[in-house]
Structures are given as C-alpha cells and as structure tokens.
Design a protein around this ligand. Structure first.
Ligand code: GLN
Length: 500
C-alpha cells in the first residue's frame, strides 16, 4: 500500500500531526512501506532502521498526547547519509573497508536529529567516502535516479537525494565537499543546501576533506530545507571549526520569499561551451523570473572561478590522503592477511588494497604526490593561493550584489555508466558548485524546471556570503513560489521512472 502521506512536505506533515489528523507512527510507517515497495529498484538505502524509527515515532505520539511541547520537526522521518556515525546502526561510508563497522558514538548531526525527535529511517548510499558525483563509486551498488532509473541520482549524497525524490523520505541529510548536496539535489529535482562552512558540525562526520566538508539538508521544498537546516545548525564545542555565532534566520527567510530590490549577480564564467542547452535555457528563464519579481540583475565576473576545479582536485585529495591514513586495518572494519604469516605493514597494505575502491586510491595517490616534499609548493601551495583568489572574487562580487546565481551543474542527470571510465568528465559535474566550498560561503540549489531535451530537472544555484545563509532561502523560496504559480511545482510531479 502506498500512502498519500509520502507525497506531503515535512511542513505539511508536521501541521497534520500537530492538528491530530495523523500520528507520527503512521507517518513513519508510510515511509517504511514506501521503502519496502520501491527501494529494491532505487537502492537509496544501505541500512533501514524500521523498528528503531517506529520507536521514536511512537514516543513522539505519546508525548504529544501527554501535552508536551514538541519541536517543529518532531515525528518527521529522515534519511541520513551513511558517513555520519550512529551508535545504533552501522556506518560504512560506502566503502568495503568499513563493512560491518559499528561506531561507538553518534555524530553531532545524528544527535541533533534525535534531539529534534526525528525518526531516522536509515543510512543512505553514497560514493565511497563521498568521492564522486553519481554514487557509482559506492562499494555497495549504484543508487538510481527516481526520474529515470537508468540515470544517476548525482553524488556523493545520491542516496539521500534518491530517497527524497522517490517519496521514501520527506527530507534527508547530505554532505557537501565540492557539490555533493547541491548537484544531487539539482539532478533529482530537489532543494539542497550547503550551509556556511562551520555552520553545521563535522563531529562524527567521517572526514574526506576537513577544510571543506559541510553537512546540510535535502528536501522537496525550500521551507522544508530551512526547517532541517535550523534543526541541525548551531555551535558545537566538539568541532574546532564550528562557528560560534547565531544561526542565520533561515526559516523566517523561507517564509519571507521576497526579492524586491535585491541585487542578483549572474556569474559570467558559468555558461557557454560544455553546458547543456536546456540547462542554460531554464537558467536564463529563472534569471528573468527574478527580474520580474523585482530583483536588480547584473552580470558579475569572477575570473578565478575557472581555476576552482583544478585547485579543488589538489586540495581535497591532499586532505583525503591524510584523513584516510586512519584506515590502517588495526582500528576499524576490514582486516586482510591477519593469519600469523604477515607483518603488520603487510596486513595494512593488503587491507587497503582490497578495502579501498579505484577512485579512493586515485585520490590518495594524487594527494600524497601533491603534499610530497619537492612538489608541495608547486601543487598544494599553489592551489591554496588560488583558493585565496577565489575568496577575493567572492568578496569583490558581494560588494556589488547580494547574491550570485548560476546553473547548479552543467547537465541534467547522466546515464549510469557514461562517465565511470572518464574521471575528468565526472569531475566536471561540480564545476559551478566548487567555488563556494573553497570559499566556505553558503549556497543552495532550487529546481527551476525541466530541460526540454530530456524532461529532467534543472537546478538554479544561489550563492550568498559567509553567514548570510538566510538570503539563499529568501531568493530560493521566491523562485519556488513563482514557478509554483506558473506551472505547478516541478518537484511535485510524479517521478517518471517510478510512476506514482
Ligand atoms: N564530486 C566531488 C568529488 O568527487 C565532490 C564530492 C563531495 O562534495 N563530497 O570530490
């Protein structure tokens, strides 16, 4: 049985629960049933936590019945990317090296979902250690795009995106290091947000590139994303890079949905060759829409953004090569060759050879090379200088405009298998999202219609200054509302691949 409850937004579900029209247990049960019906085809989840999720939901119902005041998302189920530690569920990071590992503690994000009384439906699939743009680098199989099951759902947070787009969860959590929340959101027709770096805690988030990794929400509407953003944000003393400042008023901004007088800059570097014509057409219409809603639109050049991708592919692998050294066959998960005939070094080497996939090995080698003595200044050092130039481009741009916009990703969802043998083609999926990761500022992807060539979703990326996350929601909600009035919310179409 497929319930209408799975078609509702988190905000609508919360209102229905508060009004006593539906119980939290019914809401969680409906999503677990939907997972049971479609996840064999979508493969969004690596682990489903049926009974534990229902227990949380039942306790919400009991406490509501007892008159307890509950938070705005109490009883809203959520999909959690399998890169956050969970004391009651395995955490694999999509890697064979962590297969079967059970963490001893909850990540701060996990703990905040529990504090918000949100039932965690399970752990969602991802590219191994979040390295990739399609989930094809998962050691446990590819997730599929609910709009077309032969296409990728994006990545690395593709499992959370596929779950939300396939009505298996109303909202999800991803992480963004180079675009891993916004790109899957874009190709699955969802809203995805990378908060300001440090705005959401990395404690218990298995590290890929520590100076970039940022947890954030995936949702079907801008308001739902804002509600999750607020629930997971705020200072965390367990993360040294956590920002100790008030959380930007993202929920209020999503409700404000107003762009009149706002200065919007179109990044001139992000268009032209390599972009799918239908993506540029929908992006152009979104810009015209913003103008018709009262925004002042200008073109802004950010000349160093074209160097962001190569700089990222030195900085992120450098940090990864160091972070992944902890998987040494001694402390976590897999251990190969521990039969008394091999030295500790051999066990380490055999385990890493078997446990890591090809892309992870490629990054470890690239990063180790970029950090090696004699090459450090030429590669890692140079990339850090480029990073500074990108930060300056943003600073100069934000003197002229309040937000910047671009397409989120150059193409719609690509076919499974199309880019697996061509790492550079895969890397290009993050061309437009990487600058905000390198600079640490906030950015959001909101659906802006379907590409005429293939009928697949296109995303509009909005970028705001550091700690001005609320601006993203003001603009995103205005675009969403205007599109809603014009042609029906693009997200609330039934996903083609799965039918209704
Ligand atoms: N696709 C990019 C990469 O492979 C970004 C990944 C991410 O944001 N985690 O590194």
């Amino acid at each position: 049985m497929d319930s209408e409850l799975t078609r509702m937004t988190a905000a609508a579900l919360a209102a229905a629960m508060a009004a006593g029209e539906v119980s939290a247990a019914e809401v969680t049960r409906a999503h677990l049933d939907r997972i049971a019906t479609v996840d064999a085809r979508v493969h969004a989840f690596l682990h489903v936590a049926g009974e534990a999720a229902l227990r949380v939901a039942r306790s919400v119902d009991e406490r509501r019945a007892a008159g307890e005041a509950l938070g705005p998302l109490a009883g809203i189920p959520i999909a959690l990317k399998d890169i956050f530690t969970t004391a009651d569920m395995p955490t694999t990071c999509g890697s064979a090296i962590l297969d079967g590992w059970q963490p001893p503690y909850d990540a701060t994000i996990t703990a905040r979902l529990r504090r918000a009384d949100m039932p965690i439906l399970g752990k969602s699939n991802l590219d191994e250690f979040a390295m990739g743009s399609s989930t094809e680098n998962s050691a446990f199989g590819t997730s599929r795009n609910p709009w077309d099951l032969d296409r990728v759902p994006g990545g690395s947070s593709g499992g959370s995106a596929a779950a939300v787009a396939a009505w298996e969860a109303p909202v999800g959590i991803g992480t963004d290091t180079g675009g891993s929340i916004r790109q899957p959101a874009s190709v699955c027709g969802l809203v995805g947000v990378k908060p300001t770096y440090g705005g959401s805690s990395r404690y218990g988030l298995v590290a890929f590139a520590s100076s970039l990794d940022t947890p954030g929400p995936l949702a079907r509407t801008v308001l739902d994303a804002a509600l999750v953003h607020e629930a997971i944000s705020g200072h965390d003393p367990c993360d040294a890079t956590s920002v100790d400042a008030p959380v930007p008023p993202v929920v209020a901004a999503a409700r404000q949905a107003d762009v009149s007088g706002l200065r919007v800059g179109v990044v001139s570097e992000f268009s032209g060759e390599g972009y799918q014509p239908g993506v540029l057409a929908r992006f152009g219409e979104a810009v015209e829409l913003l103008e018709s809603l009262g925004a002042k639109v200008t073109e802004v050049s950010c000349p160093h953004f074209t160097y962001a991708l190569p700089a990222y592919y030195l900085i992120a692998p450098s940090e990864a090569s160091s972070n992944l050294a902890r998987f040494d066959a001694m402390r976590y998960g897999l251990r190969v060759g521990d039969d008394g005939t091999h030295s500790a070094e051999e066990v380490m080497s055999l385990t890493r050879a078997r446990g890591f996939g090809a892309e992870v090995k490629r990054r470890i080698m690239l990063g180790t090379y970029a950090l090696s003595s004699g090459y450090y200044d030429a590669y890692y050092g140079k990339a850090q200088q480029v990073r500074t130039l990108i930060i300056r481009d943003f600073e100069a741009a934000f003197e002229q405009v309040d937000v910047l916009v671009s397409p989120t990703t150059p193409t719609t969802a690509f076919p499974i298998g199309e880019r697996t043998d061509d790492p550079l083609a895969m890397y290009l999926a993050d061309l437009c999202t990487i600058p905000s990761d390198l600079a640490g500022n906030a950015a959001l992807s909101v659906p802006c219609g379907l590409a005429p060539e293939d009928g697949l979703p296109v995303g509009l990326q909005i970028m705001a200054p550091v700690l001005a996350d609320d601006r993203l929601y003001r603009v995103g909600a205005a675009v969403e509302a205007a599109l809603d009035q014009r042609r029906g919310h693009p997200l609330l179409h039934d996903a083609k691949g799965l039918g209704s």
